[in-house]
Design a protein around this ligand. Structure first.
Ligand code: GLC
Ligand code: CA
Length: 550
């Protein structure tokens, strides 16, 4: 089929600190990834997306970059990155790297220079500051008689004010941690620098970029208006995603000009290079702007991840996603878990029931048109871990919400006790335990424990990805939502398989309801739980191949 690889790809997200540790320091690294690429190829994914491994003080675990064109020593060297990319390509895996353009680390030489520079004279909140080292960031004088009030009322996503005052009295903006100063994308030097960074990684052979906070680059510096009765908290960002608030810091139209330029650059390289946006918008309709023909190739569809365990919610997201993307002809994407959210297994409840639901939702997802993103460990059915406060390293945990570390616990590969093969050195050489503790119960969830075990989650993922190649790839992009009893999602995609006379339809039934549900005629080719005989039980999904309609 003549279409770019990413259009129907399944990408596997790697959080490098927590994937595999090759040298026994308790932190995952690039060599650890390279050593396990054959596992990912055998799992059946098409691409990997690696979270940031660049030079960084690691305050936000790499989303605070001090040097965009080098590898942090904890992860290895540039040579290790080259080796990883080469090995992935040998295995026919594409490589997507993370790009963090909204902010740098406060340890970035630019920010260090900005702090060292004398305060420019007469900077008002309205006027653009003089060109200077500070102008690469967003420095402003404060409000109030002595500038003691921050320039706007914005809150940081991670909690607390979004502005920090420095010694000489000026304030700088950070939508995230105060170690992550926001860049000024009106400054041509910033624009130019990122062209260099993209080129640097394209030259090294990466196939794509996942662009962090793609909706954040441009800001309208004025107070955020929150509806009466709502407090202005760090949740203001989240409220925007839910369509509740005005948000002068997000989704400003200036961002699109940048992405058009990047797309031109990326397209000027050989092969099908791509970029995927992390843009949190109120819904698919707003997201569509990011995937216009000359901008991003894809954007994460967070509405799917945010949907509760509900047939109505799933149907609504499928419908609104395809409707929004239709005219732009962009590839839809589907994602249930990532390094920022509670693992979907734990979002859907507790215990085995939640695992059944997670597998069922995954199976439905893998039948949808477009591409899917998996997060490391979901193929093992890992739950969220509730870590004691002393282990929470995430700057977000300061908000008291428990932070995001619970989905970042190092993977269990083998063995009977922590570190479960995560650190690939003999036990007696282990200087440290993994950076986050693994629960003892994970003994049953290791790759080794699930390998070859028929009803294990790992074998389910392998089978589902194989079934996707056999029955879903190349099918019509249209999805027909079928009539179904309450609590049940049923949809059909046409045009599966071979010639016009052997054409079949793929029908998916996902039972989120309270009762078993009857199934349409056809051959069951994939199921999420126990083999299905008769009706489909609750918390389960199946794929059925049926003669084509019409
Ligand atoms: C994105 C990343 C998240 C990070 C934030 C700030 O949302 O996914 O992990 O903390 O951006 O860079
Ligand atoms: Ca290591």
């Amino acid at each position: 089929m003549d279409q770019p690889w990413w259009r129907e790809a399944v990408a596997y997200q790697i959080y490098p600190r927590s994937f595999a540790d090759s040298n026994g320091d308790g932190l995952g690294d690039l060599q650890g990834i390279t050593d396990h690429l054959d596992y990912l190829a055998a799992l059946g994914v098409d691409a990997i997306w690696i979270c940031p491994f660049y030079t960084s003080p690691q305050n936000d675990h790499g989303y605070d970059v001090a040097d965009y064109c080098d590898v942090d020593p904890i992860f290895g060297t540039l040579a290790d990155a080259d080796h990883l990319i080469a090995r992935a390509h040998e295995l026919a895996l594409k490589v997507i790297v993370d790009l963090v353009p909204n902010h740098t680390s406060s340890a970035h030489p630019w920010f260090v220079e900005a702090l060292a520079e004398a305060k420019p004279e007469a900077m008002g909140t309205a006027s653009e500051p003089e060109s200077s080292a500070r102008d690469r960031y967003i420095f402003r004088d404060g409000r109030g008689e002595n500038g003691e009030e921050p320039p706007t009322n914005w809150r940081s996503v991670f909690g607390g004010p979004a502005w920090t005052r420095i010694e000489d009295g000026q304030w700088y903006l950070h939508l995230f941690d105060d170690d992550q100063p926001d860049l000024n994308w009106h400054n041509p030097e910033v624009v130019e620098e990122f062209t260099k960074i993209l080129t640097f990684w394209l030259d090294r052979g990466v196939d794509g970029f996942r662009v962090d906070i793609a909706h954040g680059l441009f800001k309208e510096l004025r107070d955020q208006v929150v509806p009466e009765g709502l407090a202005l908290t760090s949740d203001a960002a989240v409220m925007y995603e839910r369509g509740v608030t005005d948000a002068p810091m997000w989704d400003n139209l200036g961002v699109h000009e940048i992405y058009r330029a990047w797309r031109k650059l990326i397209d000027s390289f050989d092969g099908d290079r791509m970029m995927v946006a992390e843009a949190w918008t109120p819904g698919p309709a707003e997201l569509r702007r990011y995937v216009r023909a000359d901008e991003f190739n894809q954007a994460f569809n967070f509405s799917w991840l945010q949907a509760p365990w509900s047939a109505e919610a799933f149907k609504e997201v499928i419908g609104s996603t395809l409707k929004a993307l239709g005219p732009s002809r962009a590839a839809p994407t589907w994602v249930l878990s990532n390094h920022d959210v509670v693992r979907h297994r734990s979002r859907y409840g507790d215990g085995l029931q939640a695992l059944h639901r997670a597998r069922a939702a995954t199976l439905a997802m893998l039948a949808l048109p477009g591409s899917a993103y998996l997060y490391q460990g979901e193929e093992l059915g890992l739950p969220q871990v509730y870590l004691p406060p002393e282990y929470q390293e995430d700057p977000w945990s300061e908000t008291g919400e428990g932070g995001r570390d619970g989905c970042r616990v190092p993977l269990p590969w083998s063995g009977f006790e922590p570190p479960f093969g995560f650190s690939q050195v003999p036990d007696e050489d282990l200087p440290t335990q993994p950076w986050l503790p693994q629960p003892a119960e994970w003994v049953d969830l290791t790759v080794a424990a699930q390998n070859g075990v028929r009803d294990s989650t790992l074998e389910f993922y392998r089978a589902a990805l194989a079934a996707r190649r056999a029955f879903a790839l190349g099918a019509d992009e249209d999805v027909e939502i079928l009539d179904a009893p309450e609590g049940v999602v049923s949809f059909r995609r046409g045009g599966v398989g071979g010639s016009p006379d052997t054409r079949t339809d793929l029908i998916v039934v996902l039972n989120c309801g309270m009762e078993p549900t009857s199934l349409p005629e056809g051959e069951i080719v994939m199921y999420s739980g126990d083999p299905v005989v008769g009706d489909l039980p609750t918390d389960a999904a199946v794929w059925i191949i049926a003669p084509a309609v019409e």
